[in-house]
Design a protein around this ligand. Structure first.
Ligand code: CP
Length: 313
């Protein structure tokens, strides 16, 4: 394994070193086989308690964390914002401190406000895992995306990885950009000018509004959905016009590498950013991403709880 894990929290990819990303990915690899065993459980987090606090909707991330915790034998409590006392006016800080008073070891939090987990982490003894904060970061998604590319391509260094769609509001894109550039990939971001953050090229990526340029010679296309809940429809004339200019279909894929990977963090808007034929087609690794998310989240939980994988082998 590459080095040791010393952080209390996982708040983003931005602060991580290449070695820390490497350690997370190698640890995830070592956890992958547990899900193939007849008894899919190890005692790594026995006696630990994990609170899953989801203040914003989630399917993949929430069930993936919950299953990862169960596979590691942790005790779990689950809370969704809409059924908590926050609807009666209790603050996020008080809510989380009340939960911590139950001697929780790890808090997994998704929140619609960018920076919410960063504000709470220094106030808590428990480790905090960011499961997506506003438009800021989604570190475990970037890790599972990098893991999926590694599984399929055996490397990240030098690959052309293009993100297409709503880059401006995408925490998935942001975490991936930090991670992939540190790991040596050549990253392109593509979308309407209004959905490309100004000065994004200062992060070491190439930005273009030309879909053909983003797809040409790409090893990986990671498609981002138009986030209608963030009022993104005001950033371009209509969904139909967006799809005309930026939808990935079988025809445009001919410009990519013959073994291109089609990725999408979900949820997918079929017929908008991607056609159904491509979602369900031979290049799609969208469901592999979900599978790999489990091993990645097991690794994150394990390292934050102070584990050493050798002890578990
Ligand atoms: N990729 C992702 O974060 O999906 P969910 O919103 O369903 O968790």
């Amino acid at each position: 394994m590459t080095g040791t894990w010393t952080r209390k929290d996982l708040l983003g990819i931005r602060d991580l070193s290449r070695q820390e990303i490497q350690l997370l990915l190698e640890t995830a690899k070592s956890f992958q086989e547990i899900s193939l065993r007849p008894v899919k459980k190890v005692p790594a987090l026995r006696g630990k308690t994990v609170a899953n606090l989801f203040f914003e909707p989630s399917t993949r991330t929430r069930i993936s964390f919950e299953l990862a915790e169960k596979r590691l034998s942790a005790d779990t409590i689950n809370m969704v914002g809409s059924t908590s006392s926050m609807v009666k006016g209790e603050s996020l800080k008080d809510t989380v401190r009340n939960i911590e008073s139950l001697k929780v070891d790890i808090v997994v939090m998704r929140h619609s406000s960018s920076g919410a987990p960063h504000r709470l982490a220094p106030l808590l003894k428990a480790s905090v895992i960011n499961a997506g904060d506003g438009i800021n970061e989604h570190p475990t998604q970037a890790l599972l995306d990098m893991f999926t590319i590694l599984e399929k391509k055996k490397k990240l260094e030098g690959l052309k990885v293009s993100f297409i769609g709503d880059i401006l509001h995408s925490r998935v894109a942001r975490s991936n950009l930090w991670g992939l550039t540190k790991m040596g990939a050549r990253v392109t971001v593509c979308g309407p000018k209004t959905l490309l953050p100004p000065e994004i090229e200062k992060l070491g990526v190439h930005a273009t509004t030309d879909l053909g340029e983003a797809v040409h010679g790409a090893d990986v296309l990671n498609l981002l959905r138009i986030q209608l809940e963030r009022q993104t429809e005001s950033f371009f004339p209509s969904i139909r016009e967006y799809a005309t200019s930026y939808q990935i279909d079988r025809e445009i894929l001919k410009q990519a590498k013959p073994d291109v990977l089609i990725m999408h963090p979900g949820p997918v808007n079929r017929g908008v950013e991607i056609t159904s034929q491509v979602v369900d087609g031979p290049y799609s690794v969208i469901l592999d991403q979900v599978t790999h998310g489990l091993a990645v989240r097991m690794a994150v939980l394990y390292l934050l709880s102070g584990g050493s994988r050798e002890e578990e082998a």
